[in-house]
Design a protein around this ligand. Sequence first.
Ligand code: QAP
Ligand code: CO
Length: 177
Amino acid sequence: MALLNILHFPDKRLRTKASDVGTIDDALRQFISDMFETMYDAPGIGLAATQVDFHKRLLVIDVSEESNEPLCFINPVITHKEGVEVMQEGCLSVPGFYEDIERAESITVQALDKNGEKIELTTGGLLAVCIQHEIDHLDGKLFVDYLSPLKRNRIKKKIEKMEKEHAFNTDPNTPAI
Ligand code: QAP
Ligand code: CO
């Protein structure tokens, strides 16, 4: 059990392209459990390994009301996209900012689960948007990249200012004051 440190935009490490997960072993399952703990603690509905400075293709999601439907996708690949939908998105790596983003409305995703079993899921709504958002992280992409450079730069400056002032800090290993 451990809370992981979440990187914040504009940290360069968020731009790393993650490589495929090789073997799925107990050490990886422990890490996945730490990712869930970190996501639920935040609280958030999705977290990609990139956001906690681990550059393997792995993400966790729970979009359920009761936060009791954990989903883990390893080496996820979107094999089909359909329709267009605009939804307000946020991100644990861009704290305090929410913007409307256009994405595919429905997707089919193939991946491995935490036991290495193949999974295929066709879904829409918030789950589909969340999967696309999290896979973007694994490719070093953030939702702010879909905004105008002006908007993105305003967000960057505000986050840098807040971090400098210590107004908030999500590093569980660093005291808040
Ligand atoms: C991605 O984001 C997502 O700014 C997951 O202060 C979000 O869990 C996909 C969060 C919305 C689709 C729609 C953000 C928590 C959590 C914040 C999250 C914050 C505290 C974001
Ligand atoms: Co995010």
